[in-house]
Ligand binder design. Structure first.
Ligand SMILES: Cc1ncc(COP(=O)(O)O)c(C=O)c1O
Length: 341
């Protein structure tokens, strides 16, 4: 562990831009800086002060090769002053699955990790929408390309403020990427592995350069897989269609939740099947879903307008149902939400 003092970001930057705060003299990106760091993170059984949670520089990159993680949201309900973690159990199940694929064991049970989530959110006094990220990796300076069999991973959980976008209707514009989706026998997409995100990054960068919000990735069979870091649905003639689990997708927790809402609350048939690129152009509605993006309408694909280019009726209703559930306003699926306080 290095004793050298790290030159860290100031604790609270409250919306100041890089230009206002830059000490480097480098050109500003003009983007607001993230909120200040939380007080603590959780590391393999201990609450650690944020600034003291360091690893040796020589671990950089190598420890990421076998690292797996989860992105989890917690939603604040101002009326009941309660914070709800969305589908924590499903996220922990998927974290353990990803660890198993990496041949990594856990020194902590799912119940112990649940307790850690609650402890950390309370310690950081999280009273607003929050993003939680558990990360599991082989520590100890072992190069990530070496075989490590059935050894426990270090587990770190971090929190950060992340406002939900579910209150404002947003339409995103997508391209079909020239990059292909990784495959099960190359980089298994159902493991939520850090290294898989190189694929997402190529796709996102291409989209950004060409003026799109999101890239949609085809698998090597030329069928629609998912968006760069979200799953995808289309509505055609009153039926919801989404690519199957073996199309190269991450086994998305939001996708499962939306399938349930579409079928049971909206009486819309959901079909999982291969999807052709041109079906996206002809769909009445297209939307992407995931923990980070939540549920967002797609207004166009490759500049083909989807429907009338605005948020369609199905996604509009779905977003409202989803929003009320995750904030604990609709308690019909209370088991999806873990209260913190
Ligand atoms: C590559 C990828 N696909 C799909 C998803 C959606 O998964 P989930 O709904 O579990 O967040 C994500 C988001 O985490 C993702 O990173």
């Amino acid at each position: 562990m290095t004793e050298q003092k790290l030159d860290r970001q100031p604790k609270s930057t409250t919306g100041k831009t890089d230009t206002e705060k830059s000490a480097t003299g480098k050109p500003s990106t003009g983007k607001p800086r993230p909120e200040g760091n939380p007080n603590f993170l959780w590391r393999s059984g201990e609450m650690v002060e944020w600034d003291k949670a360091t690893v040796h520089l020589s671990d950089l990159a190598w420890s990421a090769i076998s690292a797996v993680f989860e992105g989890v949201r917690a939603y604040w309900n101002p009326e009941s002053e309660q914070l709800y973690i969305f589908h924590l159990e499903a996220h922990l199940k998927r974290l353990f699955q990803s660890m198993k694929i990496m041949r990594m064991t856990s020194s902590f049970s799912k119940d112990e990790l649940t307790a850690a989530f609650l402890q950390l959110l309370k310690a950081n006094e999280c009273k607003g929408d929050t993003y939680l990220q558990p990360l599991a990796y082989f520590g100890g300076g072992v190069p990530g390309y070496m075989a490590i069999l059935e050894q426990p991973g270090e587990i770190v959980i971090t929190t950060r403020a992340a406002a939900s976008g579910l209150d404002e209707a947003k339409v995103v514009h997508c391209n079909v990427s020239s990059w292909s989706r990784i495959t099960d026998n190359v980089m298994p997409p159902r493991a939520k592995a850090i290294t898989n995100y190189q694929n997402s990054r190529y796709v996102s960068t291409e989209s950004f350069i060409n003026g799109y919000d999101f890239g949609i990735i085809l698998n090597p069979n030329g069928k629609v897989s998912e968006a760069a870091y979200a799953c995808i649905f289309l509505i055609r003639d009153g039926v919801a269609i989404t690519p199957p689990l073996n199309a190269g997708i991450l086994e998305s927790i939001t996708r499962e939740a939306l399938k349930d809402l579409l079928a049971k609350e909206m009486d819309i048939q959901v079909i999982e099947r291969d999807v052709d690129r041109t079906e996206l152009y002809l769909a009445d509605e297209v939307f992407i879903c995931g923990t980070a993006v939540e549920v967002q309408s797609v207004g166009s694909v490759d500049r083909y307008k989807v429907g009338d280019g605005e948020q369609g009726p199905v996604v509009s209703c779905l977003r409202k149902l989803f929003r009320d559930l995750v904030r604990g306003k609709d308690l019909t699926r209370a088991g999806w939400c873990t209260p913190v306080y």
